[in-house]
Design a protein around this ligand. Structure first.
Ligand SMILES: [Zn+2]
Length: 524
C-alpha cells in the first residue's frame, strides 16, 4: 500500500537509491575538515572521502545540497571534472580504479548552509546565542540528509568505517563532535581547530558539529565491556543543573545494557552535549536540549505520570545508540527499526527501575498519539519515511510481541541477540522480521504485515448468545491469527481467534481483554 500520493522526483531517486555511481565503491574513511564562521553564517573546508573500489568504474556520485558549492575536487593532486545534477554531483576520475584498491578524493566546498527552521525535524545549521551573547551553534539533519551541510555519499546503506572531524571555531568557543577529542590547535589569531575521531562505523546523519561556550564534566561507568567514559558538555551557566539532571545518563546506560547488551561504541565513549534544540541521536555524541527537566519538555507523552520519572531526551536519544546507530536502517522507509524500538525502550527503562506494570501503563498510555492514517513503512528508494506511527504504534506492536513470547528473559535475550547479530550493520525490515520470527519460534509474517504495512487495528468481534461466547478477528490482513489473552468467567486464558467464528461455553458474560495487546474489540 502506498503511504500517500506524493509524486517522487528524479532528485528523490538520486538521493534515495543506490545509483550506479554509488554502487561501485565502498566508503572506508572520511576526514571532514571545516571552518565555521558565525558572523556571516558561513562554512568552508573539505571532505576527504576514501573508498575501496568494488568495480572498476570512473564516475562517482557525491551529494551536496543547493546553498553550498563544490569549489574543487581532486584526486592525487589532479583537479577533476564535476557535473552537477541538482544536489547530486558526478565526478569523473582520471586515475585507473583497480578493483580492491583504496583511493581517495578531496571535495572542497563552501557557502551558507541551510538554516534550520525547526531543528531537529527541519534541520540544517542552528545559529543561536547563549544568554551571555556567545555563539551557540549546532547541526541536525535527519531525513533531510547530511549533504545539507557537508559533501558525502548521502544514503543510509553505506556507512563509513571510521571518521575524523576537524572544526575550526571562533576564539573562546569549543566544538564538540562525535567520538573522542584527539587534537586541539590554537591558530595565531586565537581561532581553534578541534579534531574528533570516530573509530566505529557511523551513519551520515549521526555526524554533528556543536559549537558553544562549553564546560565539561565526566564519569567512568563500569559497563558490560569494561570502563566506559561518559562525557558531558553543557553551557557554562548550566553546569549545576546538568550535574543533577544528567544522573539519568548512567541510569539509562545500566537499564539499556541490561535489555540490549553492551553500549555499542565503547571505543568512542559516550557523550551528552547541550544544543539549542530539543535533541538528536548523534552517535556517541547524543545532543540534549530538554531544559534539564523530566518528561518531554516537562510533559508526559503517556499521560500516566510515568513519563515524568525520567528525562525523555536522555533516555530516548540514547536508546538510539542501539537502534539507529548500532542497527541502522538501509533505507529510511525502514526507519521504524530506529523509532519503534527506541520508543519501546522508554518503557523498558521504566521496567528496569519501576517494574513491569509501570512500564506497561506507560507504553499503553502512548497509544493516544497513534493516528493509523499511513503505514509505518515508507516508500523505498526515494528517501521517504513512513508514518509517525513508527514511534508509538511500533512500540505497542513490540509490547504486544512481548506478550506472545510469554517469557521476559527470552525477550530480553532476543533484544540483546539482535544487537549482536546486526552489530554495526545497516539492515532492512525483512532481516529484522526474519530474525524475530526465528528467535521467537513464531511465524510473524502476518503480524508484521498487519502492524507495519496496514493501517487497520485488529478487532476482536464477539457476542454472547445464551451460554455461548463467540468471537473472531476482523480488520486483519490475510493469515493474521494472533492469539490474545482474556479473562472470562474469572479465568485468565488464551484464545486463538481467526476470521471464522469460534465458540466456547461460558457461565457468565464478564469478559476482559488483556490491555497489553494492541487490538480493538467490539461487542455485537
Ligand atoms: Zn527517535
Amino acid at each position: 500500500m502506498l503511504s500517500d500520493k506524493k509524486i517522487f522526483t528524479h532528485q528523490d531517486t538520486l538521493r534515495g537509491s543506490i545509483t550506479p555511481e554509488r554502487a561501485w565503491w565502498d566508503l572506508t574513511y572520511y576526514h571532514l575538515n571545516i571552518e565555521v564562521k558565525p558572523e556571516n553564517k558561513y562554512i568552508s573546508g573539505k571532505n576527504t572521502i576514501q573508498y575501496t573500489v568494488l568495480e572498476p568504474k570512473n564516475v562517482l556520485q557525491i551529494d551536496l545540497q543547493d546553498s553550498l558549492k563544490i569549489t574543487k575536487v581532486t584526486q592525487d593532486g589532479k583537479i577533476l571534472q564535476v557535473i552537477d545534477d541538482g544536489n547530486a554531483h558526478f565526478i569523473t576520475l582520471t586515475k585507473t580504479q583497480r578493483k580492491g584498491a583504496v583511493n581517495a578524493i578531496d571535495v572542497y566546498y563552501e557557502g551558507n548552509p541551510k538554516v534550520a527552521i525547526k531543528a531537529p525535524w527541519d534541520g540544517g545549521f542552528s545559529w543561536k546565542k547563549d544568554d551571555k551573547g556567545n555563539d551557540f551553534i549546532a547541526t541536525s539533519c535527519q531525513g533531510l540528509g547530511a549533504s545539507v551541510w557537508w559533501p558525502c555519499k548521502d544514503h543510509m546503506y553505506d556507512e563509513v568505517d571510521s571518521m575524523d572531524i576537524s572544526v575550526t571555531t571562533p576564539k573562546n568557543l569549543m566544538d564538540v563532535s562525535n567520538g573522542r577529542l584527539t587534537d586541539t590547535k590554537t591558530l595565531s589569531d586565537g581561532r581553534k581547530t578541534y579534531t574528533w575521531s570516530v573509530k566505529n562505523p557511523i551513519n551520515n546523519y549521526g555526524v554533528n558539529v556543536n559549537i558553544g561556550d562549553y564546560v565539561h564534566f565526566s564519569e567512568v561507568y563500569p559497563g558490560e565491556k569494561g570502563p566506559l567514559d561518559m562525557n558531558y558538555y553543557v553551557l557554562r551557566d548550566n553546569l549545576k543543573k546538568a550535574k543533577k539532571q544528567f544522573k539519568d545518563a548512567p541510569k539509562m546506560m545500566k537499564a539499556f545494557e541490561h535489555w540490549f547488551g553492551p553500549y555499542p561504541f565503547y571505543e568512542d565513549g559516550y557523550k551528552l552535549v547541550e544544543v539549542p534544540y530539543l535533541g538528536m541521536e548523534h552517535q556517541s555524541s547524543v545532543t540534549y536540549g530538554n531544559k534539564f527537566e523530566n518528561g518531554y519538555l516537562g510533559r508526559d507523552l503517556s499521560g500516566t505520570g510515568w513519563g515524568l520519572k525520567f528525562d525523555f531526551i536522555i533516555v530516548h536519544e540514547s536508546g538510539h545508540e542501539w537502534f539507529a546507530n548500532n542497527i541502522t536502517d538501509i533505507d529510511i522507509a525502514d526507519m521504524w527499526i530506529h523509532e519503534s524500538f527506541t520508543a519501546y525502550s522508554e518503557n523498558l527503562f521504566l521496567d528496569y527501575y519501576y517494574g513491569k506494570e509501570a512500564a506497561a501503563e506507560y507504553v499503553i498510555g502512548t497509544r493516544k498519539s497513534i493516528l493509523n492514517n499511513k503505514p509505518i513503512i515508507g516508500v523505498y528508494g526515494v528517501n521517504s519515511e513512513g508514518s509517525g506511527d513508527m514511534y508509538y504504534k511500533g512500540a505497542n506492536m513490540l509490547h504486544t510481541l512481548r506478550q506472545l513470547i510469554q517469557d521476559d528473559e527470552k525477550w530480553r535475550q532476543i533484544l540483546r541477540g539482535m544487537n549482536k547479530t546486526f552489530y554495526h550493520q545497516t539492515v532492512n525490515t525483512k532481516q529484522i522480521e526474519d530474525y524475530l520470527s526465528e528467535s521467537t519460534g513464531i511465524d510473524l509474517t502476518a503480524f508484521f504485515n498487519q502492524y507495519l504495512r496496514d493501517i487497520r487495528v485488529p478487532t476482536l468481534e464477539y457476542k454472547f448468545e445464551k451460554d455461548k461466547f463467540k468471537y473472531h478477528w476482523t480488520n486483519i490482513v490475510s493469515g493474521f491469527e494472533m492469539p490474545i489473552q482474556i479473562t472470562l468467567d474469572g479465568k485468565e486464558q488464551w484464545i486463538h481467534p481467526t476470521t471464522a467464528w469460534k465458540t466456547q461455553t461460558v457461565a457468565s458474560k464478564a469478559l476482559e481483554i488483556d490491555p497489553d495487546f494492541y487490538v480493538e474489540y467490539k461487542k455485537l
